[in-house]
Write a protein that binds this ligand. Structure first.
Ligand code: OOB
Length: 566
């Protein structure tokens, strides 16, 4: 831990000498920060205080419901008072183990109540959660732990048949800085049980609102994932804005269906938005319709968010389901392009309003509004949260295009980062000199200011909302001794929207390699399962562009002969 700042500053100004080093996390220039404060977007709130305030105002109101987290797998509900006490006690226990301000803690928990206990404890300490997804494996986890020099890693014992304690043993062996592994569950193996950490609350100086609250993961398009530094001020503004747009208030019951740590279910308006509003978060252990619909009925869920493939499954299941879904008033769909055809089916099938969400962990989030005409809701991906979100649609040379023309989306605003964490070279490419983030998305603006996503310029596959950086997967394939060269591209999938296809050129004279062996190889290198190529195709040459570079565009257009596929 570190000591509290001793500097003085004017009202509303951050104490000087208290800014993160520029190389760690580029931040907003002071003129922008001042403007965002003056406009009332940044109100000087922190997550720690936010929870205490809600707990003081309505201690007995239910904050979090974990349907299977109780003893014997039964229902467990924590009030705001209880969540607040638990966060205090967990923070004290972490502090007693030397975890403090500025320390990084990789959090890889499934949708359980402890996720909130841990995360709010870290917020209180000023320690930064690094949000891993349950699907991440050795390759990702070792990278997050070593790159952030994490001091602790929080895991379930076993989840979905996978033993995270083995993963933790590897991470500990490979990352010397990683001192603690906390296991949520009864059998911690060689590590410490999370349930044994809590201690008598101690006084902890709260972090400042302009400081980093956590590191979120980027979908990425590079060899290793980039980390996204978000502050209390900027993230809480995105929650407040989202709540207003999605009509989330103290009566709202949000069903957290997607992995809780992802930016969409976390903040759009998500579980944190719902807690900000004093509403109730219900954790969904599985997104299958039967499970989710049962919870919608029994918990009176009013709002939830899903990715397009799930929206399709739910739309098909709902008319045949015996569960009463009438409490559901809003379904948010985002993370990947939602087809107009399925969008039109939402209200008839589920009896609720649709809001499309086009967001990114780097910041900018667009929503269709509840009072938008239906045509706008089903044909656009919404418009930004904030009047101070600046949107530019540009050509390949960064020239602004007239409204209605398709081009690259650049954005800047009160909750969009000015740079990734510890990535100066990448930042020089991903941000303009004046701080616009190059989203890598190809969009078109309508006359009403709504955005339509037309495509993508970044080298990424969007597999039903799960983002895969082509280069990351290619690097793993290239490690195989029989592989001469590899290119990973998206191909259409009727359910996921896109899936991955790896095109491989073998080394001359190498032992013949078959598709299943490539998938197995990549999996055994510890890559998350969703990044393992869906299909592998062996070719003799790659199509080239005029200047002799591999043309992924032409590769994507390749219709592989069935005989060479798997
Ligand atoms: C959300 O966040 P990320 O960081 O996993 O992915 C961001 C990228 C966007 O740049 C875009 O390429 C794609 O995901 N995307 C969409 C989309 N929503 C996201 N593409 C087309 N249509 C949409 N509606 O995915 C995310 C974060 C917050 C809220 C919602 C989604």
């Amino acid at each position: 831990g570190a000591s509290a700042p001793g500097t003085t500053a004017g009202p509303g100004e951050p104490p000087s000498g208290h800014r993160p080093a520029p190389s760690e996390a580029p931040t907003w220039p002071e003129e922008f920060a001042a403007r965002y404060r003056a406009a009332g977007w940044w109100r000087g709130e922190t997550f720690g205080e936010m929870l205490s305030e809600r707990a003081n105002a309505h201690p007995d109101r239910i904050a979090v419901v974990d349907p299977t987290g109780g003893p014997d797998g039964g229902r467990r509900a924590w009030s705001y008072g209880e969540l607040d006490r638990r966060a205090d006690r967990m923070a004290a226990g972490f502090a007693a183990r030397g975890i403090g301000r500025g320390d990084k803690v990789v959090v890889q928990l499934p949708n359980t109540a402890e996720f909130f206990e841990v995360v709010f404890a870290l917020f209180r300490l000023g320690a930064l959660p690094v949000f891993a997804l349950p699907a991440h494996r050795r390759s990702e986890i070792v990278y997050f732990c070593s790159f952030t020099e994490a001091v602790a890693y929080v895991i379930p014992a076993v989840h979905d048949g996978f033993d995270y304690r083995e993963l933790a043993a590897t991470a500990r062996a490979e990352v010397p800085a990683l001192k603690h592994v906390f296991v949520c569950g009864d059998d911690a193996g060689d590590f410490e049980r999370l349930a044994e950490v809590p201690a008598e609350p101690v006084f902890l100086p709260e972090p400042a609102p302009h400081e980093l609250a956590f590191l979120q993961l980027s979908g990425g398009s590079t060899g290793v994932p980039k980390l996204i530094p978000r502050t209390h001020d900027d993230y809480i503004y995105s929650l407040r804005g989202s709540n207003e747009i999605c009509a989330v208030d103290e009566h709202s019951v949000y069903l957290c269906v997607l992995p809780a740590a992802h930016n969409f279910p976390l903040s759009s308006p998500g579980s944190l938005g719902t807690l900000y509003a004093g509403g109730r978060v219900v954790l969904c252990p599985s997104p299958v319709p039967d499970e989710a619909f049962r919870l919608i009925e029994s918990e009176g869920v009013t709002i939830t968010g899903v990715v397009p493939p799930l929206a399709l499954v739910w739309t098909e299941a709902a008319p045949r389901s015996a569960y009463d879904l009438s409490s559901l008033s809003v379904l948010l769909v985002g993370g990947a392009k939602f087809s107009e055809e399925t969008a039109r089916r939402i209200r008839p099938a589920l009896g609720c309003a649709l809001q499309q969400v086009f967001g990114m962990a780097e910041g900018l989030v667009n929503y269709t509004r509840l009072d938008d005409p239906n045509e706008t809701v089903v044909t656009t991906q919404g418009r930004p949260i904030s009047p101070d979100d600046e949107i530019r649609v540009v050509d390949d040379e960064d020239n602004d295009l007239p409204v209605g023309e398709t081009g690259h989306l650049l954005t800047r605003g009160p909750y969009t980062i000015r740079g990734y964490w510890k990535a100066p070279e990448h930042n020089a490419r991903s941000f303009t000199e004046d701080g616009f983030y190059r989203t890598g998305d190809i969009v078109r603006l309508t006359a009403t200011g709504h955005l339509i996503v037309e495509g993508r310029a970044k080298d990424q596959i969007n597999r039903g909302g799960e983002k895969i950086a082509a280069e990351e997967v290619e690097n793993h394939i290239l490690a195989h001794p029989a592989v001469h060269d590899a290119n990973v591209v998206a191909e259409p999938d009727p359910y996921l929207g896109e899936r991955t296809c790896a095109y491989i050129i073998l080394r001359p004279g190498a032992d013949p390699l078959r598709a299943p062996a490539v998938k197995k190889f990549v999996r055994e290198r510890g890559l998350a399962a969703y990044k393992v190529p869906d299909r592998v195709v062996f070719v003799d040459v790659f199509p080239k562009t005029g200047v002799g570079k591999v043309s992924k565009k032409d590769l994507r257009a390749t219709a592989p002969a069935p005989a060479t596929t798997a």
